[in-house]
Each structure stands twice: as structure tokens, then as C-alpha cells.
Design a binder for this molecule. Sequence first.
Ligand code: UD1
Length: 414
Amino acid sequence: MIKVRGGERLCGEVPISGAKNAALPAIFASLLTTEPVIIHNVPRLADVETALDLIRNLGKEVVWRAETLEIRGGEELCWEAPAELVQRMRASFLCLGPLLARAGKAKVAMPGGCALGPRPVDFHLYGLAKLGASIIVKDGAVVAEAARLRGHMVYLDFPSVGATEQLLLAGALAEGETVVINPAREPEVVDLAELLRKMGAEVAWDGDRVRIRGRETLGGAEHTLIPDRIEAGTYLLAGAITHGRVRTIGAKPRHLAALLDRLSLAGCEVEFGENWVEVRGPTRPKPVDFRTWPYPGFPTDLQPPMVAFLTLAEGRSTVTETVYAARFGHVEPLLQMGAKIQVSGNVQVVEGVEQLRPAAVEATDIRAGAALVLAALAAPGESYVRGEHHLRRGYESFGEKLRRLGAKVWEEGD
Ligand code: UD1
């Protein structure tokens, strides 16, 4: 549980960790080679530990040195991923492509639904089948086989982050060229492509498509992960919602363009340099409308924290969620804190209130949890946010970083 005494303005600088969503695919990329893969700037998060447990189970050795991971070994890979680890975290499904490409066969449990609504893997399976895999889904698991994957053209009906990464990973060891049309262009996907390029695959971003030419074997590589734009956005919003002034160190402003644009419309003062961003919150935000959209659109992962901020706006904001069917886990608890939000289909209408009130609330996923802590920071008095384990999946030293900014927060165990 996180205890928050709200009402303090957050001010100061906060260092941003390496991106969780870049770390996870990079860890699975290490399955593609027997040579060492060294990854720098890796955040210590529960999801990263889950990914490491998974690759250890499959035959890899992992050594941590401060924020650096060295992954080696795995001459013989086990082709069956433990269901428990796949179901704990959806991104674990990314081991399917690399296992298939390396071992010729893979069995990976279906990740199933989650708090954000149904999240199928049909694009992943469609793409791998185009690359020549025979796929059956049986007893809740995918069993895929292919003597050698062959590059092919794959059109994605939606620019799915996971499916694009799956196809880049599989394509890196496939024979010939894989072309993904309508790929995701999130910075974390580009970061994975960069790692695969260092490992020996040829990758080219080409307008509406990305091409990857595979190799028979891939080599080791050394790579530094990009900073976590979602973590940075969360702290900038924590400053903004408390009328404070927060500067993030490390995150790239160009990765945050959509958020910074909406924050200036809401009346925040925004400044930035190459590797830092500073936001100063207004006394009361102006309402703004936005919709979530694939990069460079407004990131769905910052929708719940942004809604928390807009609950205090002077007027009505309309927020449209286009990436997930049901990313509204923050709404019910925010209502308990005095927010006025109406959900209709995928639209939230947020009627700003003058003040939020403290409450005991429960987080149901990582970003809903962040939204609730932000709301609690703005609500004068003591709030309790249960479900801290969700926050540990995605925020490194969350309480500590908030305290550095002057927040009164205590982690008390769930
Ligand atoms: C990744 C991020 C997550 C972020 C999301 C969208 C990681 C580890 N997680 O998740 O934080 O919220 O991108 O930016 O990087 N879909 C299908 N079929 C598929 C695949 C996806 O219908 O085969 C749908 C999903 O249900 C969802 C949408 O497409 O509604 C976006 O999903 P996707 O981009 O694949 O997200 P993830 O890779 O799971």
C-alpha cells in the first residue's frame, strides 16, 4: 500500500530510468544468439525480473552489474515457455518468435485478457504464419513449428507494438527479407530494431513499412536502452497536478511531444533541452480534449495520469481511448476521490472540480495506479493506494523519486 499525504507542491529534478518497454523486447532478443548480449540502463522492475526468469528457464544465464545486464549461453534452448511466467506478463509472449527461429519449435501459453480489456495475439500469429510457421492453438497454448522461417510481406491491420516486435525478432533469423507494412513506430520498437541491427540483422525504416533482412546466425551486441518516456510523463504530470515544477533528466522531449502539446494547452509552462524537460503547473488547468493514438500520438499509457490531472481543470475535457477497449480502471477510484467523469463507450467526459478529496483506493494496473497516486498528491489529506505491486511492475523507486520532489509518500507493503 502507498500512503500519500497530499497537498504538497512537487518541485525539483528527477532522473528517468531506462524504458521498461524497451528492456523487455531487448531481453527476448538475447534468445536469438549464443553470444553475449550486454544491455545498459536496465530498470529494476518486477516485469524485467519476470522476463529474466523466463529466459533463464529457457536456458540463458543472466548477470546483473548495477544497471547493466549481461545475458549469455543458451546453446540449447528449451522450446516450452513456462505458462505461469507468460500469464504473469503479456510481453512474455515475445519469446515465441525467437524460440521458433532458434529451436524450430515453440510452445507458449496464450497471454489471455487483462485489466485493460481483451488483448488478442492474432496479429502475432498471422505474421508468424506468413513467415512459414505452422501454428496450432491447443489447451490454451500456441504451438508453432518451422524448420527455417522465410521472410515475407506482412500487413498489420493496426500498428501493434508487440506484433511489430515479434516480427522483427522472428525476421532477424529468417531467410530473406521480412517487410512489415503499417508497423508500430514507438521509440521502444525503434530501439529494438537498433539492437537487432547491432546483432547483425539489416533493418531499414522505409515510410509506411519496416524491412528486416535476416541472418543465419546473429552475433552478440552491447546496447544502451532509451529512457522511459512514460515514466517521465508521469513525473511531469505529478508536478503539474500539484502546481509544482518538475524537471525530468534523461528523457527526450521529442518522445513526449503529444503530452507536452496538451500540457501547454492546459496552461502549463513547458521548457526543454536535448535530454531534459521541465513543466510548471498552472494554478488550475484549462480543460483539453485528446485521444490516444499510436506513436507519435498521445500514448495510451499516459491517458490515466492525464485524466487525473484534468479532473481539476476549469471546465470539461473529452478524452477518447482508441488503443484499448477498456482502459478505465482509474475512473471508479477517481470518482471516490470526488472527480466527475462519465464514461460512454471509449470516451471519458471529465468535468473539472475545484478540489479532490483523499480516499482509500485500489490500483488495478500500472498506469491506473500512477493516476491514483497523482490524484492523491493533489488531494489535501491522507490517501491510501492499494495494489502497489502494479506500480512496482513499471516504476523504478517510485516512492523514492516522488520523495525527492518533495512528496509525502510512504510504502507500507500491500
Ligand atoms: C505495448 C506496451 C504497452 C502499451 C501498448 C500500446 C510493452 C511491453 N507494452 O503493449 O505498455 O500500452 O504497447 O502502446 O511494450 N491487438 C490485437 N491483436 C494483436 C495485438 C494487439 O488486437 O495481435 C490490439 C490490442 O488488444 C490493443 C491494441 O492492439 O487493443 C494495441 O496493442 P499493442 O500495440 O500490441 O500493445 P502491446 O504490445 O501489448
